[in-house]
Ligand binder design. Sequence first.
Ligand SMILES: Cc1ncc(COP(=O)(O)O)c(C=O)c1O
Length: 465
Amino acid sequence: MATTADLQRLDSAHHLHPFTDHETLRREGSRIVVGGEGVWVTDTDGRRILDGMSGLWCVNVGYGREELAEAACRQMQQLAYYNSFFKTTTAPTVQLAAHLIALAPPGFSDVMFASSGSEANDTAIRMIRHFWALQGKPEKQVIISRHGAYHGSTIAGASMGGMPAMHGQLHVKLGGFHHVMPPYAFEYAEPGEDEHDFGLRAARAIEEAILEIGPDRVAAVVGEPVMGAGGVRIPPSSYWPAVEAICRHHDVLLHADEVITGFGRLGHWFGCEALGFTPDVITCAKAITSGYQPLSAVLINKRVAEGLMQGGEFFHGYTHSGHPVACAVALANLDILEREGLVERVRDHIGPYFTQQLRTLADHPLIGEVRSFGLIGALELVADKATRRRFAAEAAVGIRCRDLCFAHDFVMRAVGDTMVLAPPLVISEAEVDELIRRIGSVLDRLHEELQAPPVALPLAGSLTR
Ligand SMILES: Cc1ncc(COP(=O)(O)O)c(C=O)c1O
């Protein structure tokens, strides 16, 4: 049996991690996770880690669900793979498409599968642009997105997203994307501006962009109902209904990227229902299988579907589109979510409890804002509570906080100095209490460290990762 040190050595020697500074990682070594049960994962040293992030916003039904393993095993034994390219398909693929449409908001009719959120978004971009070309409007191609949005890591996903660091490394960003102000009051609201008014102002930024580019050139507006990887930016309730009205007025499609918000995270099957709008296109992934298999889907409404079907063959798809094992696991996962009432549990019970407990951290001297929706939350770390001034970027306070959390055996992720949480939907009240207690002690420890006079560090930058 390989030891932790053996695995760390091999990891350092051969494995490139996503979104990682390898120089630092290789100096410090990775923590190797080997097991999971409920909201807990275990590492090679036998330490139990409370997972406040559901892996990567995906393990909604929690770890260790044997029936998902059994669903995969049964499907692999019966038929491990077949494709849907040449007038063929498989039973779980068809059943899942029908099930997703039954769960989707009214008006949705068709589903195309892929394996990741990024691929789903690439698919949606191709569908939307092709739809307009088939409508006789080939110049209607620009997609409006928001600064700070995350739509994936493929070239199209990163171009559509609004992450400056990712744009920098694209070197040649794809054209046809335009970014506007996000509905992120903590950074963008004017002092004293009412939340409702700020939401309308952020929506107007979209309309201004449509008018500037020209409605006959704008294909779609894309957005995460609640921006996740950009720092759990929760829009005011006035925002999405206004954005939807603007899209309808200018005949621009609305694409909800529900890769994080789909399947119960916000207390509804889809986040758009929680935020009060109906899009034309939904992309989803992650919790569609609770992360037990890679799978994603693009859901389109009748108008988009009928438009696309007028165009003969749509030259798009992946080897693993509608993979039978992934679809069988997704069906079993949806069954758990439905049978255990986990979506309603977030809306009526554990979501409000999480919000109430998270708010107890609001008085901490390091916290400038606490916000949450369903089972997603954020804490803004600030240098000055009264003015909400942020720490200098070089201090990497968010990363220090994240590393302290990990050292205290729980996961809370840092997006700059915004700490984000998205625990599994099965988290108990006692586990919420434990999570909040651990966050409280990490914040106290971090506060003490930040008050202490600086000491010379043995390794430059060793605290920053
Ligand atoms: C909103 C959103 N869209 C797209 C993606 C990309 O998904 P994937 O990493 O599966 O490609 C993510 C990933 O976190 C996401 O949060």
